[in-house]
Design a protein around this ligand. Structure first.
Ligand SMILES: NC(=O)C1=CN([C@@H]2O[C@H](COP(=O)(O)OP(=O)(O)OC[C@H]3O[C@@H](n4cnc5c(N)ncnc54)[C@H](O)[C@@H]3O)[C@@H](O)[C@H]2O)[C@@H](O)CC1
Ligand SMILES: [K+]
Length: 583
């Protein structure tokens, strides 16, 4: 599914209302009802016993990956629906009995409103914090449905209710007509001790800047209350586009995101403020986003197949041989960091390439013989102490002849003439190039301009520190807007950029962006990045293009990490070799 900015969300709202003729108040009704349903589900789950944190985090990761699968599937035309009416249903209406339906007794299906009844409702009393805009309107709708489910609700307006306008004013009146108790925040720090939960409907995608006045006071009070806070659409105080947290910002335990995932929810630190995220449809067709040319995607299996056109089953042809699946050349490792090269090379084989050759400074060859029997080793020359030099670039280029991909960087360290080394490889390698680790640091010190015009794809895989050096900004600035920065860099330099970190961002020079859904914090371990480089190289060797290999590689890497954590029963104990084994 798509990840949208606040501005894009407004556009999709407007199109739905104006072009499709669905009134804004209907969208708000759907939104508020969805929020209420999630709160009711939360009330039901309360007291069911907790799941160990690590296992829960992994489950959440999988759930979020699949979140909004409904949205990715645009309403499908039911094949043959019309004919069904004219045939199967026809005879039945005329008294026929097709398919032996005689025995079918009337069934009572409990669904819809009846299913909304909350268990343990008598223990619950929710406070709804209501802002002036449509986010507040969503909260007012939710309050009605909570009350219908038997849950006590009170409203606390951040501003005098008379100041609400449009659909939100209509919801204010409906809530009042229903007799829901309401008050207006009178300043200071209110005490929320008597409530079992708080619905944050203060600010949504229309917020501008840090929360002010009553909004700020209510957010601080909610955060200090120790009560579970559910946010409607986004936590109030979160920058919907960048994930920056204003001061103050709601710390939610659940965010019910409406219609489309907002970019800020998937970028840290904002991602940490949102708690669990559930995406709910409100009647805005998912297909509108693509029609409108939006190009930032949440990297789900649907997107891998439908947008990136990848055969995720990775079928092999029955008469294939090792030559069918490509040959990776890796220039990596040095005396003190040979393991990085080994990890990357082994990962490329596990990713399915037919052959992998690992080029190292010659001094290392005797030490590495037999380290991984499936690998071919090659002498790249280099210095007597096992480090690289500029002349070794020529050896690498000779070896790269007839290879399908060249990956450089893991464990090479810095060395004299390293800029010359990289320049020769960049200009001379006639195959896709994956650049990682110290090769990125070298790149950051070079005049990029002289290197334009490579015919084959270049994939850069920086972590935030390396990205900061490449872009000439601070790491903090990189993290402030990872999607925006990755997009600009990839476009400007004509490269595929993989900005690593929680929710790795993959940016294509054509403007498409993919935000990864797999992985967990246990993957923050030495060698995990080398492993990713190997996987991407292995996929490129099998014929995927740059952005396909980068996106699929990142996705598989995270999934393997999740699997490794489950196998070891603990994310924190995962090491890079486990990720390779789990592939
Ligand atoms: N058709 C639509 O536009 C729909 C919008 N929906 C909801 O509406 C939200 C967007 O609504 P709005 O555009 O009305 O905006 P918001 O409800 O996010 O808030 C805007 C209002 O908050 C106040 N405000 C803004 N920044 C502030 C700050 N820093 N400190 C204090 N007060 C501030 C202003 O009075 C402004 O009018 C979405 O997040 C979603 O929850 C849903 O109801 C579904 C349909
Ligand atoms: K909110």
């Amino acid at each position: 599914m798509h990840l949208v900015t606040a501005e894009e969300m407004r556009r999709l709202d407007r199109i739905t209302i104006e072009r499709l003729g669905i009134p804004a108040v209907a969208l708000m009704e759907n939104a508020g009802r969805a929020v209420a349903e999630e709160i009711i589900a939360l009330c039901r789950r309360r007291g069911e016993g907790s799941t160990p944190l690590a296992a829960q985090a992994l489950r959440d990761s999988a759930a979020l990956r699949n979140a909004g699968a409904w949205a990715a599937h645009a309403p499908v035309a039911a094949p043959g629906f019309g004919t069904a009416r004219n045939t199967a249903a026809g005879p039945a209406l005329r008294g026929g009995n097709p398919g032996g339906a005689l025995a079918a007794a009337p069934k009572l299906l409990i669904s819809g409103d009846a299913a909304l009844m909350a268990e343990h409702a008598e223990d619950e009393h929710w406070l709804v914090l209501v802002g002036k805009g449509n986010n507040g309107g969503d909260g007012l709708v939710a309050a009605r449905y909570l009350s219908e489910a038997g849950i006590a609700v009170s409203l606390l307006y951040a501003v005098p209710p008379e100041s609400l306008t449009g659909e939100a004013a209509l919801q204010r009146d409906a809530a009042a007509a229903m007799g829901l108790p309401a008050a207006v925040h009178g300043g200071g720090r209110p005490d929320f001790a008597g409530y079992s939960g708080i619905l944050d409907a203060l600010l949504g995608t229309g917020a501008a800047g840090a929360p002010r006045g009553a909004y700020a006071e209510l957010i601080a009070a909610a955060n200090g209350s120790g009560k579970p806070v559910v946010s409607a659409d986004i936590p109030s105080g979160l920058h919907a586009d960048t994930g920056e947290m204003h001061e103050p910002c709601i710390q939610a335990s659940l965010t019910v995101c409406l219609a489309f995932l907002k970019r800020g929810l998937l970028q840290y630190p904002g991602s940490g403020a949102a708690g669990r995220i559930v995406v709910r449809s409100i009647g805005i067709p998912a297909g509108l986003a693509r029609e409108e040319g939006l190009s930032v995607y949440w990297l789900t299996p649907d997107v891998l197949e439908g947008v990136l056109d990848i055969d995720v089953s990775r079928r092999r042809v029955p008469d294939g041989h090792k030559g069918t699946y490509g040959h990776v050349l890796l220039a990596a490792g040095s005396l003190r960091m040979s393991g990085a090269g080994l990890i990357a090379a082994r990962a490329s084989l596990r990713a399915g390439c037919g052959l992998a050759t690992w080029a190292v400074p010659g001094k290392l060859l005797p030490l590495l013989a037999g380290a991984a029997p499936e690998l071919m080793l090659a002498d790249a020359g280099g210095e007597a102490d096992g480090t690289w030099n500029a002349a070794a670039a020529e050896e690498v280029l000779n070896l790269a002849d007839k290879k399908d991909v060249l990956a450089v960087g893991p464990g090479i360290g810095r060395f004299e003439e390293d800029k010359e080394w990289l320049k020769r490889i960049w200009e001379g390698a006639d195959c896709p190039l994956v650049v990682d680790a110290d090769a990125l640091n070298i790149l950051a010190e070079c005049d990029y301009g002289i290197w334009q015009g490579r015919r084959e794809a270049v994939i850069l895989t920086p972590h935030p520190g390396e990205m900061a050096r490449l872009a000439g900004v601070s790491t903090k600035e990189v993290q402030r807007d990872r999607i925006g920065l990755a997009l600009n860099y990839a476009r400007e330099h004509g490269v595929v950029l993989v900005l690593k970190g929680a929710h790795t961002v993959i940016a294509s020079p054509d403007g498409r962006i993919f935000v990864n859904t797999t992985g967990h914090p246990g993957m923050a371990t030495g060698g995990a990045g080398d492993c990713l480089t190997g996987i991407i190289a292995g996929l490129l060797a099998q014929g995927l293009d740059g952005v396909q290999a980068a996106a699929f590689g990142v996705y598989l890497h995270g999934l393997a990490g999740e699997r490794a954590a489950l196998l070891r029963d603990d994310p924190a104990s995962v090491i890079a070799s486990d990720i390779i084994e789990a592939l």
